[in-house]
Ligand binder design. Structure first.
Ligand code: COA
Length: 534
């Protein structure tokens, strides 16, 4: 790529990532300094400070779902910054642990539909990867105006406690650090824990708060006397450890997890090596135009240890098998099987067959899979159909669905249609799914959708005797392109948790190391691919 184009690309993606950083800041500072001061008056720190104290010194907290909740347009509330809940992965005494914390600055930490979705996602990661969980709870429970959308169904409020019960039965510690109100349903986060820590005069837990008790029974009682830390650690037995401050409580949680069995990734890992190319090369090599082809072989050396990539079937069906590049590399010393879009990323029969073979091979070898997605879809047209793109594309989808090894997707470009399935989109339950500022996830591109819908609209209008004029058609195309562009954008997807995080290009490697380590804590089972027929 010429130097001019490289500079243009780099400047563009850096500017895009500044927008990402601004949105993340907004998510992390709800209510600004005023809200921090209000917390301080209550004797509380912002939750990320508490999490920083909880994890091992000088380690990172890998926060997921940071931009969840923007533009939700709920009754009374347009944005729920960060979905009202912080969650991520950090190490406690060297063990990866899932940490989840209500942010009481956002409507008293109450649960909106997006908060529940986030809570469920966090617990799903913990259960699948066998992680202990710490819940820093400070929540007014259900966001009452929306009870119908958060209370009755599976994956709604009750599932929080169902998941806690089942995870603790599997031996995964469920520790609650209660640092605020836990009313009604929310009280179960204290009572369902394996061990719960409560803070004097800060933490409360009751099935009905003082106003409800008065209305129901006439009893007049303070929150402290009804369900404070002294009541539950000294009288009811509903909580286990009494602390006087947040600092003491965080120390107690660390202590409770200090005797856990050390757990390390179950894979043949070597000493990590730096990649051959610097991260800036990724910025330079990804074209500004999302639909312009990419050269993935120039990007992989910025991710792979030592830049070493062992390509599989490199010579096979050049031009048609080459739109997906497969091979092995190590990231942070961990071996991974790579399935990466190349060029324009359109998946031809040959590339689908190659990818299917590779997925099955890696599954037999029990090495995790990394999908680098930059594909607008499978090839259409009679030549492709007759060659069996439907069948071989379906084989690829089946292999992705059945592969029992950890799977991670990073989208670095178009992510449309069935290529979303074949490259392990959300519905295929990758262990982690990351977007970047170049990803666009939608059923098809805005322009394709516009032409399909325009054809239908034109037919209707002709039948009605009012054919569409060119300016009208153009306006229609532009409107569709804008709508699809907006909905496919990583911010839109991140707000709805269609991704786990939007990554900057220069942090992809670091996040992959974390994701691989965490995904490999549980043993990998035996491969089984069901109804594959070549
Ligand atoms: N549903 C909807 N909104 C709620 C809410 C709930 N369950 N609980 C609190 N809020 C809102 C408040 O209306 C307030 O909104 P505003 O900022 O727009 O004025 C905001 O959250 C902060 O609440 P506030 O009471 O000022 O915070 P606090 O820190 O003084 O007290 C609680 C926190 C949780 C102790 C207290 O809000 C409370 O008791 N809430 C009701 C809890 C309850 O009964 N829940 C039942 C759920 S099953």
């Amino acid at each position: 790529m010429p130097d001019d184009a490289k500079t243009t690309n780099r400047l563009h993606w850096e500017a895009q990532e500044k927008e990402l950083a601004a949105l993340m800041d907004k998510a992390m500072q709800p209510g600004g300094q005023k809200a921090v001061e209000r917390l301080a008056k209550q004797g509380k720190k912002p939750v990320r400070e508490l999490i920083g104290q909880l994890i091992d010194p000088a380690t990172d907290f890998f926060e997921l779902g940071v931009i969840a909740g923007f533009g939700m347009n709920y009754p009374e509330v347009e944005d729920v910054p960060c979905g009202g809940l912080v969650f991520g992965l950090g190490k406690i005494h060297g063990n990866w642990t899932l940490i989840l914390a209500n942010d009481s600055r956002i409507k008293a930490g109450t649960y909106f539909p997006i908060t529940l979705k986030k809570h469920m996602r966090a617990q799903a990661i913990a259960e699948r990867c066998g992680l202990n969980c710490v819940y820093i709870s400070d929540s007014g429970g259900a966001f009452l105006p929306m009870q119908a959308e958060i209370f009755p169904d599976d994956q709604q409020f009750g599932s929080i406690f169902y998941n806690m019960a089942r995870m603790s039965a599997k031996g995964l510690k469920q520790i609650t650090l209660s640092t605020g109100g836990n009313t009604a349903g929310g009280a179960y986060i204290v009572f369902m824990a394996c061990e719960a820590v409560m803070i004097d005069k800060l933490a409360y837990s009751f099935l009905g708060g003082p106003p409800l008790v008065k209305a129901a029974t006439g009893e007049v009682i303070s929150a402290e006397d009804l369900g404070g830390a002294k009541v539950h650690t000294g009288i009811s037995g509903g909580a286990d450890h009494f602390c006087k401050s947040q600092d003491e409580a965080v120390g107690k949680v660390r202590e409770l997890l200090s005797m856990e069995k050390p757990r390390r990734p179950l894979i043949h890992r070597e000493d990590p090596q730096a990649p051959k190319l610097p991260p800036e090369s990724i910025y330079e090599n990804l074209p500004v135009n999302i639909y312009q082809g990419i050269r993935i072989r120039e990007i992989l050396p910025a991710l792979a240890d030592g830049g070493i990539f062992l390509e599989y079937k490199k010579e096979y069906a050049r031009g048609r098998g080459d739109n997906i590049v497969c091979g092995k590399m190590r990231i942070g010393g961990i071996p991974v099987g790579v399935i990466a879009s190349n060029g324009a990323g359109i998946i031809f029969t040959q590339s689908a067959r190659k990818a299917t073979e590779w997925i099955i091979r890696c599954s037999h070898e029990k090495i995790p899979l990394l999908f680098l997605q930059n594909s607008p879809g499978y090839m259409v047209g009679s030549a492709s159909e007759h060659e069996g793109i439907g069948k071989y594309g379906a084989d690829m989808v089946r292999a992705v669905a059945c592969a029992q090894v950890p799977r991670i997707q990073v989208a670095i470009g178009p992510d449309h249609g069935a290529a979303n399935y074949g490259m392990c989109g959300r519905a295929y339950r990758p262990h982690f799914l990351f977007h970047t500022m170049r990803s666009r996830t939608s059923v098809m591109s805005g322009l394709s959708a516009a032409s399909v819908l325009l054809t239908i609209e034109e037919k209707k209008r002709e039948a009605a005797g009012k054919p569409m004029q060119e300016p009208e058609k153009q306006a229609f195309r532009e409107k569709m392109a804008e709508k699809y562009g907006g909905e496919a954008h990583p911010f839109y997807c991140g707000a709805r948790l269609y991704n786990d995080r939007v990554l900057k290009f220069d942090e992809i490697r670091k996040w992959l190391v974390m994701a691989l380590e965490v995904s490999l804590l549980e043993p990998i089972g035996e491969p089984s691919f069901g109804n594959l027929r070549f």
